[in-house]
Design a protein around this ligand. Structure first.
Ligand code: N01
Length: 528
């Protein structure tokens, strides 16, 4: 055995997992495909990339001194600052000595006789460990659509999720952006400031709310730090991993004036606060229509050209059923003469040409192309590793009908493997960092329990996994989430089995369930 645990990935999850394992006296090695720490914040260097949860919450809580000493400069930090933070964490806790960079894991195989994993990365000797912990991220495999002619384009093509480290200069250039999810919506206003011309190719308009980002007020930040522990506890005890003081009332418990007042005041606070307006927004279509119409009204107010405004209005999916975007000047960007919106529903994208993009019979000439086309989410990274469990069973095969997990943490047939913040857990529906901390702590506690009690392996039972998958599906079916063709469902990847992947029950309830499982001698897992 080379180490007790191999951790795959050195983003928020992998870094903390390493720290927590070490703290409990386990040896571990992290294998990271990138050349440095950061995970999603290492790869997503596109202009405008920043978090959509306030930084004082989108950060680790596990170390009081870390959270006291770190200074965030803005309410919603930009990618370079978050990357600096993760780099600081790696140095401060001396994590780098147990991380191998430029190590893209291609295979992980379980040996039942020895109850251990052998993990392969090209150019490195295989690593043998008792546990294999997947910290591979939910949004780490860029999805490049099969656009005809893409290879013929004469200029540079960049995907937001795999942005070059060197500066990309759009000054004086005609730039095209395909995609208007969070990545597109964040990058468009920033690219518009540089480019001579910007053409946005939009297939589905999205709901976006302003961040009202700005420098963090030092007094406010001091106040946060003075009560950080309580704030973090409230986040952890909330359904979304960040305490937004969700209104307990339902939308139609109040009259229209009161409703509008509530929407306005939450809108004014910026970011996801609007989502906490009423308790029934994600379960009652009529309630959702109210808040959706409020947002459409805001878009109409901002965008001067009525035809452009109309094309930007999100319709056909409930607000929140696709991740709501948090922007800085997105809709305002369309008021500039050099920014053009191409509505692909009216003018379908026909082909990429050598000179640009042809849509609806018109060729839009471009010098550079940006693909803000999303990710093979939640399962993409794991599907790309040849993971084999007991009896050589392959994970990609086991998940061909959609990912099946117990609690999102364990997979039947794959003993001693843990998945952090993946499918079947609240993860992407919450503040990821809070969810990651919960998963890391549970996993470390579990591994500790095995050692203390002399167990060599742990594996989710088929029955427990079946029941959990059903439970996750039933909960989702009671909400409006499955009504959109979203990446939560895998709908953005042609041929991917469409299953609603995250657990919608909330982090608070989820953590209670995980803790009850642990307290009952890991009910639903086989311990050997
Ligand atoms: O990806 P997306 P993303 N032709 O899948 C379009 C997180 N994130 O990278 O909707 C034309 O949301 C596609 O159109 P449609 C966050 O959780 C967070 O933006 O399929 N268009 C859509 O408009 C987010 O949800 C932050 O019709 C095509 C876009 O590309 C998740 O990452 C920042 C197309 C893809 O949108 C993913 O966001 C960034 C085609 N063939 C990301 N194929 C923060 O703020 C795809 N599209 C922290």
């Amino acid at each position: 055995m080379d180490v007790d645990a191999v951790v795959i990935g050195a983003g928020f999850a992998g870094l903390y997992m390493l720290h927590e394992l070490r703290a409990r006296g386990f040896s571990a090695r992290v294998l990271e495909a990138g050349s440095d720490v950061g995970g999603t914040w290492y790869w997503n260097r596109y202009p405008g990339a920043r978090c959509d949860i306030e930084s004082v919450d989108y950060s680790y809580s596990f170390s009081e001194s870390l959270q006291q000493e770190w200074e965030w400069s803005e309410r919603y930090s930009a990618q370079p600052e978050i990357l600096r933070y993760l780099s600081h964490v790696a140095d401060r806790f001396d994590l780098r000595r147990d991380i191998t960079f430029d190590a893209r894991v291609t295979a992980a195989h379980f040996d039942e006789g020895a109850a251990c994993w052998t993990v392969h990365a090209p150019g490195l000797p295989p690593l043998v460990s008792r546990f294999c912990i997947m910290a591979t991220g939910c949004l780490s495999v860029p999805q490049v659509p099969a656009l005809p002619g893409l290879g013929d384009f004469h200029g540079p093509v960049h995907h937001t999720g795999n942005w070059p480290e060197s500066d990309v200069d759009f000054s004086g250039r005609a730039v095209g952006v395909i995609g208007t999810g969070s990545s597109g919506i964040q990058s468009i206003p920033v690219i518009a400031r540089q480019a001579a011309r910007l053409t946005v190719f939009q297939r589905t308009p999205n709901f976006s709310v302003p961040a009202f980002n700005g420098p963090l007020d030092p007094d406010e930040f001091r106040e946060v730090k003075a009560r950080y522990r309580e704030r973090r506890e409230a986040n952890r005890a909330s359904s979304g991993g960040v305490d937004r003081a969700t209104n307990e009332q339902n939308t139609f418990d109040v009259d229209e004036d009161q409703r509008l007042h509530e929407f306005e005041s939450r809108w004014g606070r910026g970011g996801f606060h609007l989502l906490g307006s009423y308790a029934d927004i994600m379960v009652d279509q009529r309630a959702n229509d109210e808040v959706a119409e409020f947002v459409r009204g805001k878009i109409r107010e901002v965008v001067h050209d009525p035809a452009t405004a109309e094309a930007l209005l999100p319709r056909g999916h409930p607000l929140g059923s696709k991740r709501v975007c948090v922007d800085t000047g997105y809709f305002e960007a369309y008021n500039q003469d050099h920014v053009t919106l191409v509505d692909l529903r009216r003018s379908p994208l026909e082909t990429i040409t050598a000179r640009g993009v042809r849509a609806g019979g018109v060729e839009h000439e471009l010098d550079s192309l940006v693909l803000a086309t999303g990710f093979d989410a939640m399962t993409g990274a794991l599907d790309r590793i040849d993971v084999r469990g007991r009896d050589g069973c392959e994970l990609a095969e086991a998940w061909s009908g959609g990912p099946a997990t117990y609690l999102g943490l364990g997979v039947a047939g794959f003993p001693n493997m843990f998945v952090l913040a993946g499918p079947g857990s609240p993860s992407v529906l919450t503040n990821m960092v809070t969810s990651i901390e919960q998963h890391v702590q549970w996993t470390a506690g579990c591994v500790d329990h095995l050692r203390r009690n002399g167990y060599r392996s742990i594996e989710a039972t088929e029955q427990a996994q079946h029941d959990w998958v059903e439970h996750v599906r039933e909960l989702a079916a009671e909400t409006l989430f499955p009504k959109a063709a979203s990446w939560y469902l895998g709908a953005n990847v042609p041929g991917k089995q469409q299953v609603f992947m995250p657990y919608v029950g909330g982090l608070d309830l989820y953590e209670e369930t995980c803790d009850a499982v642990a307290a009952n001698d890991y009910r639903g897992f086989d311990l050997k």
